[in-house]
Design a protein around this ligand. Structure first.
Ligand code: NAD
Ligand code: UD1
Length: 338
């Protein structure tokens, strides 16, 4: 039996596939390469020692999905495929609703039609909105999202909950990621942002590489120890390993399970800059700039449920996250085009 990994050539998906293959699982990747490169596939095979099956397909393509379910024996799905740029989602909300929500509905319809009702979904800490105080727990209220991207995650959580409520055969796991950074230790796979990065770490690595002039730090008057925003950064390999634990747990548990995947520790932007400079030996020039709309002071997880229930805990610290981000950028200045 194989696991279908939608979005498996993307940043988190590719790291998860390497770990799945390493654990002896059979994997079928589905991706439309909207935000990824076919060149990641040989690198996944190189790291895992064997290649996953790959199907170029769109999650909105019902006939393509049916063909995949007919070709392979698939008993579980890890669903990463989706668009994730917050700014773009404000400019093109319908694209985000159609791709993320429409695509998930089509995927679930195809799954049900082929008797596969076991799904692990990539949700986000963004579903906690602005109304909760960190550390964020899974039983806190969700909603109040501030951009269409975040709203797609909130709606998809609802859609999967309603689906599981209506049909007791569904096994659903909602994983709420905090801030994934870092890369595989080998430097062979990592994050490949298109254009100027929105997120902090990809921006810093491009400043380190001399592609960008300096970092703009959005706000130094937040209610945090040094005034800059605090987030819960998690190494992408720890995140990937969380999916393996979640997958095994979900196979045995019908209904909906929800887990935060974070470290529980918050770092400020200035602490990240200092950790990155230490790990890379490269100075990161920065300037303070106005706050970015929608940003919050401090967002970090209570990860204790995942430890208690799944037996999963993030192991990699901030120095390793920064060193691995830098190695990936340094070895692949042009991403997978190198
Ligand atoms: P990514 O863009 O690197 O990977 C997503 C993959 O999905 C890409 O390879 C893209 O080509 C593919 N895809 C998009 N739409 C598709 C479609 N209609 N059909 C088939 N493939 C499609 O992003 P990532 O950082 O690896 O994120 C993976 C998932 O985790 C996303 O759902 C994202 O929203 C979620 N998430 C990411 C973060 C983060 O900070 N990276 C945080 C929280 C949640
Ligand atoms: C952002 C998104 C969130 C999404 C997550 C992962 C917003 C408001 N939130 O979260 O929905 O799930 O990315 O894709 O966009 N920072 C700078 N300079 C920069 C970039 C960031 O100072 O050039 C600061 C931010 O103000 C923040 C911290 O660094 O305090 C982390 O930012 P980022 O990496 O974008 O993550 P989030 O804002 O947590």
């Amino acid at each position: 039996m194989a696991t279908l990994v939608t979005g498996g050539t993307g940043y988190i998906g590719s790291h998860t596939v390497v770990e799945l293959l390493g654990a002896g699982k059979d994997v079928v990747i589905l991706d439309n390469f909207y935000n990824s490169s076919p060149k990641v596939l040989p690198r996944i095979a190189e790291l895992a020692g064997r290649a996953p099956a790959f199907e170029e397909c769109d999650i909105r393509d019902r006939a393509g999905l049916d063909r995949i379910f007919e070709t392979y024996k698939i008993d579980s799905v890890i669903h990463f495929a989706g668009l994730k740029a917050v700014g773009e989602s404000c400019e093109k909300p319908l694209l985000y609703y159609e791709n993320n929500i429409g695509g998930t509905v089509t995927l679930c319809e195809a799954m049900a039609a082929h008797g596969c009702k076991n799904i692990v979904f990539s949700s986000s800490a963004t579903v906690y909105g602005s109304g909760n105080v960190s550390p964020l727990r899974e039983d806190m209220p969700v909603g109040g999202t501030t951009n269409p991207y975040g709203t797609t995650k909130y709606y998809i959580e609802h859609i999967l909950e309603d689906t599981a409520a209506a049909d007791k055969d569904w096994h659903v796991c909602l994983l709420r990621y905090f801030n994934p950074i870092g890369a595989h230790k080998s430097g062979r796979i990592g994050e490949m942002p298109n254009g100027i990065p929105n997120n902090l770490l990809p921006y810093i690595t491009q400043v380190a590489a001399g592609k960008l002039d300096h970092l703009n730090i959005y706000g130094n008057d937040y209610n945090t120890p040094d005034g800059t925003g605090v987030r819960d950064y998690i190494h992408v390999v720890d995140l990937a390993l969380g999916h393996l634990k979640a997958m095994d747990y979900t196979a045995d548990h019908a209904g909906v399970s929800i887990f935060n995947l974070g470290t529980g520790k918050g770092y400020s932007v200035l602490e990240i800059v200092a950790a990155f400079e230490k790990a890379s030996g490269v100075k990161i020039p920065y300037e303070f700039a106005p706050r970015r709309p929608g940003d919050l002071d401090s967002v970090y997880s209570d990860p204790s449920k995942a430890e208690r229930v799944l037996g999963w805990k993030a192991e990699r610290g901030i120095d390793e996250m920064c060193a691995d981000s830098y190695r990936w950028q340094h070895q692949n200045p042009n991403g997978y085009e190198d």
